[in-house]
Design a protein around this ligand. Sequence first.
Ligand code: DAT
Ligand code: MG
Length: 147
Amino acid sequence: MEYTFAMLKPGVLQRRLAGEIIARIEKKGLQIHACKMMQVSEELAREHYKEHVGKPFFNDLVTYITSGPVIAFIIGGDDAVAVLRKLCGATRVEDALPGTIRGDFAEHTGKNIIHASDSIESAKREIALFFTEHDFIDWKDNNDEWI
Ligand code: DAT
Ligand code: MG
């Protein structure tokens, strides 16, 4: 079992898309182990995206991520990091294929509606930023053998 961090960015709740995106994650067979609706502070946004400090889009990214509530998740599954990145699609929306979350729901890269960790190391760091160990629920999916 591998774990990754996902976040539905502010536009998702505004556009009433949360259910549709969560459904895609569930239908793929990935499993939700923690889920939290929250307002991201500027401090948390800067820490979460610190690898991008100094890039031209950094300030807009922080402004966007703090502009409304998000929904954060710990997602588990075999190869969960890579599988969720595939479901999300490419960072640049012009590269994000139809059928992917970004390909289907995002028109601008700066508002590409979902975050997913890019490696196991990033996932560990990001999960620790957004959740405590008490938030994690280790439950068994009894359909596991069918998925
Ligand atoms: P990803 O979210 O696919 O991991 P990233 O880590 O390179 O992509 O960038 C983080 C976010 O920053 C990305 O989801 C949207 C925004 N971003 C990245 N490149 C951008 C660009 N060229 N113009 C505007 N926003 C950008
Ligand atoms: Mg990234």
